[in-house]
Design a protein around this ligand. Structure first.
Ligand SMILES: [Mn+2]
Length: 197
């Protein structure tokens, strides 16, 4: 057995911080508390070998994009340090356009930027981002298979089904190259099933 990953009070504080920051928020088109996604991503990061910093970054990975922009990022940096803040910043695909105007760029522009950024990202960023995308893809598959939802799942997104699937296919291709392993394969497999409908 390899050495155990010990979680400290920093992890506890990050979990509490995440529940406060995302309090009242639900997953898109569902009644599921948003924090369920954050715990799932942190769980996956830990299950696939990530350390405490990366688990904390997983808990906070949507805090800047969804809840507070640049000011939130500075708060995360002060509380949890530079390594965590770097990953959280990289996971925010609209950050370049938040701040003064808080303008969000168009969907295609944001996704193109995010994909390009992933190609040059380091392992810390790739691990958290991959765990995030795997959980999102799993959630889509879960609802696609619910008789009461099925194909209606695609209307949850701002883009048509084809565009959403293009994005997930692009992500899976990049992760299989940049962070080859079991989890990247899993993302590719889920995306393949989604495409078959
Ligand atoms: Mn996320």
């Amino acid at each position: 057995m390899t050495k155990a990953t010990i979680l400290t009070d920093r992890f506890d504080r990050a979990l509490l911080y995440a529940t406060h920051v995302h309090g009242g928020q639900t997953r898109k088109g569902t009644a599921i508390p948003y924090v369920a996604h954050l715990m799932a991503v942190a769980g996956t990061v830990l299950e696939y070998g990530g350390d405490e910093d990366l688990a904390i970054a997983a808990l906070l990975h949507d805090s800047v994009e969804d809840q507070g922009g640049k000011a939130r990022l500075e708060d995360v940096r002060n509380r949890f340090g530079e390594r965590v803040a770097r990953v959280v910043e990289a996971c925010s695909d609209s950050l370049a356009d938040t701040g003064a105007g808080e303008r969000k760029a168009g969907w295609q522009e944001r996704k193109d930027k995010y994909l390009a950024h992933l190609k040059t990202a380091d392992e810390d960023i790739l691990r958290v981002s991959l765990a995030d995308k795997v959980h999102n893809a799993r959630a889509i598959l879960r609802d696609l298979r619910k008789p009461e939802i099925g194909e209606k799942i695609w209307s949850r997104f701002s883009q048509p089904k084809e565009r959403t699937l293009w994005y997930y296919t692009s992500l899976a291709d990049i992760f299989r190259k940049k962070l080859p392993g079991q989890l990247a394969e899993e993302l590719g497999e889920i995306v393949a099933v989604l495409k078959k409908g």
